[in-house]
Design a protein around this ligand. Structure first.
Ligand SMILES: Cc1cc2nc3c(=O)[nH]c(=O)nc-3n(C[C@H](O)[C@H](O)[C@H](O)COP(=O)(O)OP(=O)(O)OC[C@H]3O[C@@H](n4cnc5c(N)ncnc54)[C@H](O)[C@@H]3O)c2cc1C
Length: 536
């Protein structure tokens, strides 16, 4: 229930959420002289990195790329220590940026936005929070994150467990010491894959409950090469500009040969060479890995062999080897010693693919009638991705239409930026935009810049309302689906299609058509009088 309501505050814009998206949007709006306030549920900036403090949490886009690119000074004055920065270092970076831009003075922390309601007569949004704030603003910008609504499946008996429970996406700030403990980890997506080796190093006994094995590639993390650090200090902005002009949006050199352009020996050498580099470079070994099943099969089989080579017990290796989806169609993981962990005598893999968890008892987890007794349970069960954080807010557009009603059959947006029926509401990395399929930092920058340009355009032309047209939205949704259907992505039961949330409509949510293509479409829409939007 809301706290006592304060007198309304009148502003130009409200930003909801202060991860990297909200931080940059706030900076842009303020820089243009708009009155703006941001609300954030957490106690500080950083978003994903504020919440996901589990052991082993780190980015899997290289640190040098996983940073803002809008300011040469901000980039030059920051030095990453590892190829893939750990969560505490990324939080330090968020703090560094917040201080540099003096962001915190316009952010209200510990405050969850509960509703955003549009009034057609005044053309204003009324935004309310769980602290009793009421803000009336022309623009409402949702920077609520694609992976911020953590979820725990509704296991029977979940609340009866007598030990400690944790969710990787809402980890205690003081950390957790598993030394001498018997621990269950449920889930083997990215968070599970990153945390399991570290929890295993502490725990006396570890049971990992796996529904679907995921492909994980070696991160080969390590200290930054000083020569590369120096090179990037000089050349980062140019490298970022080049990356933004590619469809992967990344510094990686994609190979535009087909798997079938080369013979088996050459292919094996190239796969091996990319494997040895570590990171996601392997997926760009050949241009058809993500859109031709036969090509993907060759890459998948290469990775499967690597897993079999590492894991001693052939039965465990089989369980860990993904066979029900093509490589990369579920979010790929990067790991440090993930598969090796299963060779440790105190680590057991419990297959729950065909025999789901029956229930949780006061003493542990029951599968197929067997109770695995543990002191702690770690839920690495992921998020209600892409739509969860938005749908947890009571958002009402024209005619009182709720976003829940509008998206009953799955999310519908124009460009992933706007929703027809919800004027002057923008969604940073909304469904229908590249978001989680690219380096999310470039995605949030591109969206924030586009929104800022759009507001500038409106102000320069005396316009007060922008709304996506239903036709344009319908065409965009079709286009997003067509692009997805050209790839192998829809073949997997992934969180990209909402498969991890029972009852969630199955729609491929991110835009798979490539970052540069998408950016060009957005620019073209703007250059053509905001084609597909009605402005008044
Ligand atoms: C463990 C993990 C690792 C990741 N690694 C990478 C990576 O290597 N590379 C990459 O590109 N992406 C990665 N991601 C994706 C990551 O989410 C993005 O990179 C990026 O941090 C998202 O920034 P954001 O601002 O859009 O959202 P978030 O960082 O999720 O921030 C959204 C904020 O909004 C707040 N919020 C939500 N609802 C409300 C509300 N109603 N009221 C007030 N506040 C609200 C949340 O508390 C949160 O702080 C990772 C995600 C996870 C979970």
């Amino acid at each position: 229930m809301n706290a006592h309501k304060a007198a309304p505050l009148h502003l130009d814009a409200v930003v909801v959420g202060t991860g990297f998206g909200g931080m940059y949007m706030l900076h842009r709006l303020r820089g243009r002289g708009l009155t703006v306030k941001a609300f954030e549920t957490g106690k500080d900036v950083g978003g994903t990195w504020y919440w996901n403090r589990y052991p082993g949490a780190r980015c899997d886009v290289e640190s040098v790329e996983y940073q803002y690119g809008f300011s040469a000074e901000i980039a030059r004055d920051w030095t990453w220590s590892e190829r893939y920065a750990c969560q505490p270092e990324i939080m330090k970076y968020a703090d560094y940026v917040a201080k540099r831009l003096d962001l915190r003075k316009d952010i209200q922390f510990n405050t969850r936005v509960t509703s955003a309601i549009y009034d057609e007569a005044s053309q204003r949004w009324t935004v309310e929070t769980d602290q009793g704030d009421v803000v009336i603003a022309q623009f409402c910008i949702m920077a609520t994150g694609c992976l911020s609504a953590s979820r725990v499946p509704d296991f029977e008996g979940r609340d009866t467990f007598a030990g400690d429970t944790y969710h990787t996406g809402n980890w205690p700030h003081e950390g957790v010491d598993f030394t001498g403990k018997r621990v269950a980890v449920i889930g083997t997506g990215s968070s599970g894959v990153q945390s399991i080796p570290i929890i295993a190093a502490q725990a006396e006994r570890l049971f990992v409950f796996q529904r679907t094995p995921n492909f994980s590639l070696p991160a080969l993390n390590g200290p930054m090469d000083p020569a590369y650090v120096e090179d990037m200090r000089e050349n980062f902005m140019a490298a970022r500009a080049r990356a933004r002009a590619t469809n992967s949006g990344s510094f990686m050199q994609a190979n535009d040969q087909s798997v079938f352009d080369v013979d088996e020996e050459e292919r094996r050498r190239n796969f091996e060479m990319r494997w040895e580099k570590g990171g996601f470079a392997f997926v760009t070994s050949y241009k058809d890995v993500m859109n031709k099943l036969e090509a993907n099969k060759l890459a998948s089989e290469f990775v499967r062999n690597k897993i079999r080579q590492v894991v001693d017990d052939p039965k465990v290796a089989d369980l860990l080897t993904p066979t029900n989806h093509p490589l990369g169609t579920k979010r790929l993981c990067l790991d440090t010693n993930y598969y090796q962990t299963y060779n440790l005598p105190h680590v057991s893999l419990v297959d729950i693919a065909d025999r789901p968890i029956e229930r949780i008892t006061s003493a542990g987890v029951v599968v197929a009638g067997e109770e695995y007794k543990v002191d702690a349970i770690v839920f690495a069960t992921g998020f209600d991705a892409m739509t969860g954080a938005l749908l947890r807010i009571d958002i009402r557009g024209k005619g009182g239409l709720t976003l829940q009603e509008k998206w009953e059959g799955g999310p519908r947006t124009y460009l992933g930026l706007a929703v027809s029926g919800f004027p002057n509401l923008f969604t940073i990395t909304g469904p229908g935009s590249p978001s989680v399929l690219v380096n999310v930092i470039i995605a949030v920058e591109q969206h924030s810049d586009w929104i800022m340009d759009c507001i500038d355009h409106m102000r320069a032309n005396g316009l007060s309302v922008i709304e996506a047209e239903t036709d344009a939205e319908d065409r965009w949704v079709d286009h997003v689906n067509e692009k997805a259907d050209e790839t192998l992505y829809p073949m997997a039961d992934s969180w990209y299609v909402g498969a991890n949330v029972p009852g969630k409509p199955r729609v491929f949510m991110p835009y798979v058509g490539g970052f540069a293509n998408y950016d060009n479409i957005c620019k073209d829409v703007a250059a053509n009088g905001y084609r597909g939007f009605s402005l008044a």
